[in-house]
Design a protein around this ligand. Structure first.
Ligand code: MG
Length: 274
């Protein structure tokens, strides 16, 4: 009798599974959360979401290569995507051998396009023969949003921070004078380094007041150094940070005025996340 009961249970269970599979094949995918109280036990399908289907993006041949939906800002050939920050004339930094090198006399350069939220990949190199100390040793930077002339905006610092001391909220990988990098994964001068950035732009109310602050995540040579860091405003050389309203903004590269040898860039691309 006990064995027969056991067989009955097994048979009933198989029937239940069969009915469930049949129901899955017959019905369209249910919306998540449709199951209400008193309508029976929750089912796996209750929490399945089928729409919208994520857009297909073809990744690059390597993780450093631009995926199919990237805007390529520098691929080693020319500066068509860049202008001088000073007067918006074509950028005059040096392009040679697939590499872009800062021209300090020409000042900062910025993208022709403007961006709000995005993912950015870039590679940069402090020259092997770098000289100087602290902030005067390979200083550059990427302004994640350029909100005006010169150094106005939100700077992710670039500097030689390999065995080189400076204030920690100004070392490489810092959000200048705001976000100290979590660790220091700097490579030696002469070696290529990478930044992979997720930038969430601040938003503003119609009266110019801040609605939501900017947030940034940065991987430096593949190592997390800024983890969804919330900014207090634009990065300033002197004084506390503060916000000023902007909509979309160029990405800007810094020609720092120190006399150390200029740094280089390559493979810069961005994916808009608006
Ligand atoms: Mg800088």
């Amino acid at each position: 009798m006990r064995i027969q009961f056991s067989k009955f249970i097994t048979y009933a269970a198989l029937l239940a599974v069969g009915a469930s599979l049949f129901a899955q094949q017959q019905s369209t995918p249910p919306a998540a959360g449709r199951q209400g109280p008193g309508q029976g036990a929750a089912k796996p399908q209750d929490t399945e979401v089928w729409q919208p289907v994520p857009k297909v993006v073809t990744p690059g041949a390597s993780d450093a290569a631009p995926p199919s939906d990237a805007v390529v800002l520098f691929d080693g050939k020319n500066l068509d995507q860049w202008v001088s920050s000073r007067d918006k004339s074509p950028a005059k930094w040096t392009v040679a051998g697939g590499v872009l090198t800062v021209n300090k006399a020409d000042g900062n350069i910025e993208t022709r396009r403007t961006f709000r939220n995005y993912q950015l990949h870039m590679e940069w190199k402090i020259p092997a023969n770098i000289t100087g100390a602290g902030q005067a040793r390979g200083n550059s930077g990427v302004f994640l949003a350029s909100t005006g002339p010169r150094d106005a905006g939100y700077e992710l610092q670039i500097l030689d921070s390999y065995n080189s001391e400076t204030y920690v909220n100004g070392q490489s990988g810092s959000i200048y004078k705001q976000g100290i990098p979590l660790v220091n994964p700097s490579r030696k001068p002469g070696e290529w380094q990478t930044y992979d950035v997720v930038w969430t732009a601040p938003t503003f109310n119609a009266d110019g007041s801040l609605k939501t602050p900017a947030k940034v995540t940065v991987f430096y040579n593949g190592v997390l150094v800024q983890n969804h860091f919330e900014l207090n405003g634009e990065t300033l050389f002197i004084g506390p940070p503060s916000y000023k309203k902007y909509d979309a903004a160029p990405i800007k590269l810094q020609a720092h005025g120190d006399p150390s040898e200029p740094i280089s860039f390559r493979n810069i691309w961005v994916r808009e996340l608006n």
